[in-house]
Design a binder for this molecule. Sequence first.
Ligand code: COS
Length: 381
Amino acid sequence: MDFSLSEEHLAVKEAARDFAQHELLPGIIERDDHQLFPSDQVKMMGELGFMGMMVDPQYNGSGMDTISYVIALEEISKIDAAAAVIMSVNNSLVCWGLEEYGSEDIKNNYLKKLASGESLGAFCLSEPEAGSDATAIKTKALDQGDHFLLNGVKNWITNGGTASVYLVIAQSNPEKGYKGINAFVVEKQWEGVQIGPKENKLGIRSSDTHSIMFHDVKIPKANLIGQEGSGFKIAMNILNGGRIGIAAQALGIAAGAYELSLRYSTERKAFGKPISEHQAIQFKLADMATAIEASRLMCYHAAYRKDQNLSFAKESAMAKLLSSQTAMDVTAEAIQIHGGYGYVKEYHVERMLRDAKITQIYEGTSEIQRLVIAREILKSM
Ligand code: COS
């Protein structure tokens, strides 16, 4: 067992940290306030190879392992969790799904542009009445002989307004239950695709969340991903991997808030000495550092198992469950350490608390993660 990071991992960490400090930190409060999508920064993430980190270089990806991906996401999330989710959705929910299950044509026509950052992807599973209960989706993609006809509404779609490529999960044979569900590549520019208004969110505000409406959208047969009827399994497997990304995002939010708190505690004085010399603050720092370290190890472990082609559904759910709780706990304590300053925008930690909350909700709520973990544990009995 070797816990050290390779030269390559360290280089990724430095590149991501440098990018976050120099390109994401400036303007972050304004982007959060006004829900401004970080277009220039996302373009740069593409140029740096962050938008298709694990994709094979033959499809314009960076060909890196999942641990590198976790490292990059942690560093980016320390500064800007909204930029991190834009990156995470493109990488793990869209690129990974297309590379793993898509035909050669799909990879050439869509994956190459998504992995290089030339286009942006979104994953469309949730609906107004189907989030946790994902088999209950009502969006239909009915077989019309030479194409599928798509009708329905998808909700809470990250990158919804900015993406040009959607990975859409829809029901083609309701009588078959989840075995009738398919996965498709749909282009935003196609007739019948309509973008709903932008959601006004608590956190990750500069990421772009919309509902998407599909009215009689014709999907060519070639845009079916994988075998007919395998769409639900594809979605579940994509989410197993996506949860590593969200766990890394939560880890980064916690680590970012911790780093700010640590620095502040050595600068801020109370009762004649830096507050870091008071045990009340030391205990908080110790608890924060311990929870962050545990979360990081779980993220690396899930990523390692994925890279080794071992099962990782349980480990990714555990990593997300723990890291998202860590993000909530650490950001709340970060505000406490900062006192009144923590409650205002200039000190960043209030944004981090707002950003943390979604990590307990999207790509499976904490309740769903517990359900996945329990099922995996019981399966092995
Ligand atoms: N990984 C791989 N396969 C999975 C899976 C997972 N995590 N979860 C379920 N499956 C498979 C099952 O093995 C089953 O296939 P088989 O019949 O071949 O064994 C199939 O999918 C149907 O599963 P199941 O019968 O367990 O479906 P349920 O409706 O009972 O529960 C849950 C499925 C709740 C686990 C699923 O709907 C889920 O993960 N929901 C959360 C979705 C989510 O994350 N939404 C957030 C929005 S996307 S940002």
